[in-house]
Design a protein around this ligand. Structure first.
Ligand code: F1P
Length: 353
């Protein structure tokens, strides 16, 4: 079973998180200096695909922790309309994430923003020699997050973990840093339980419609859960903010629908009521989180206690990734090489790279 790169890359995540922790601890002073010298009044997080979804989570966590307005925008939007995102004479910072550092939209977004002096940029990538790393004002390279699989798994959690560490450093929040430090060890303990449930659910082929629900920063995680399942298995998948799902989309549920709710502490009473509505609409519901069993879902995937909603974020991913992996095996497809997809999207239009 260990023959697929995707499985190895999912399982090795807690180890790679430890390395990411070490890299950030080492670079802490220079990262803080880069931030303080610029004094940004707003932050724009960007990326494409998986790297955009982790940016959604990062922007929300950053804003909650620092009080500095932050939003996530797909890199293509910045590439096409750079001036739409940077109010004149207000210092801003662009934070670009990319496993490859070669995705055209990300490289072009950073270049155009810097050329027009709209904002300086901080890049986080797995490739130190990439175009992105070379052109950004400050680049943090994490070569240990390189992956053989087309599908991004450990790179998602490491890039997000990086931005969480950066947030805690900028906010000067030592309690948050202490919590984040525990995450690799907690992840190690959680992985085998997550894998047992993922293997069991992945084998149930009768479900053909998958919905991922997450509140706040968890919306970005829900989008990533949706993308893993969609790109690996070509199943019909969607991601929503939990309470938004009642406003129309709930009408699509039936006995072939499987809903994954990323439980948060802050949303608890609302999410509990939602689970009942989802079940009454015919869906099978899995809750994932700390004390997930208290939501009354059909099954729960328990995450370790003792972390706040923010620091717990990356622990949701191994289960969602493994679920997509085991469904891919069940459908007799290759998890390392989804159809129509390569590791890097390069544009061939006139914009040039
Ligand atoms: C971003 C990305 C991936 C996607 C596919 C194509 O790559 O869109 O999210 O799964 O592999 O590239 P990157 O900019 O993070 O390298």
């Amino acid at each position: 079973m260990q023959s697929h790169a995707t499985l190895r890359e999912i399982r090795r995540q807690p180890d790679t998180w430890k390395t990411t922790w070490e890299v950030w601890t080492e670079k802490r002073a220079s990262l803080l200096q880069f931030f303080r010298e610029r004094q940004p009044e707003s932050i724009l997080f960007t990326g494409c695909g998986t790297s955009y979804y982790l940016s959604i989570a990062a922007a929300r966590l950053f804003q909650e922790q620092t009080g500095i307005p932050a939003q996530a925008v797909p890199a293509s939007e910045i590439m096409i309309q750079p001036t739409a995102f940077f109010p004149p004479d207000r210092p801003a910072l662009l934070v670009a994430s990319s496993r490859s550092g070669e995705t055209s939209e990300v490289v072009r977004a950073v270049n155009v923003v810097q050329e027009r002096r709209l904002a300086p940029s901080l890049a986080i990538t797995g490739e130190p020699a990439s175009q992105l790393a070379q052109s950004a004002g400050f680049a943090l390279a994490l070569p240990h997050i390189r992956e053989q699989s087309v599908v991004m798994t450990s790179s998602f959690t490491n890039l997000l973990f990086s931005l969480q560490l950066w947030t805690a450093i900028v906010a000067g929040n030592e309690d948050l840093l202490r919590e984040l430090r525990q995450v690799p060890a907690l992840g190690e303990k959680h992985l085998s339980t997550a894998e047992d449930t993922a293997r069991q659910l992945g084998a149930e082929e009768s479900f053909t419609h998958f919905v991922y629900l997450g509140l706040g920063a968890y919306y970005g995680l829900a989008c990533e859960g949706m993308l893993k399942m969609k790109e690996m298995t070509q199943t019909f998948c969607e991601a929503f903010n939990p309470l938004e799902f009642r406003h129309g989309p709930i009408s699509t549920l039936n006995r072939q629908s499987r809903v994954f709710l990323l439980k948060s502490r802050v949303g608890h009473p609302h999410e509990q009521a939602l689970v009942l509505d989802l079940q009454q609409s015919g869906a099978d519901v899995t809750a994932i989180g700390e004390q997930a069993g208290t939501l009354g879902a059909d099954r729960s995937v328990e995450l370790p206690p003792g972390l706040g909603d923010g620091s717990r974020s990356i622990l949701y991913l191994p289960f969602l990734q493994l679920l997509a992996y085991y469904r891919t095996l069940q459908l007799k497809q290759n998890p390392d090489q989804p159809r129509n997809l390569g590791q890097v999207v390069r544009l061939n239009d006139k914009g040039g790279d």
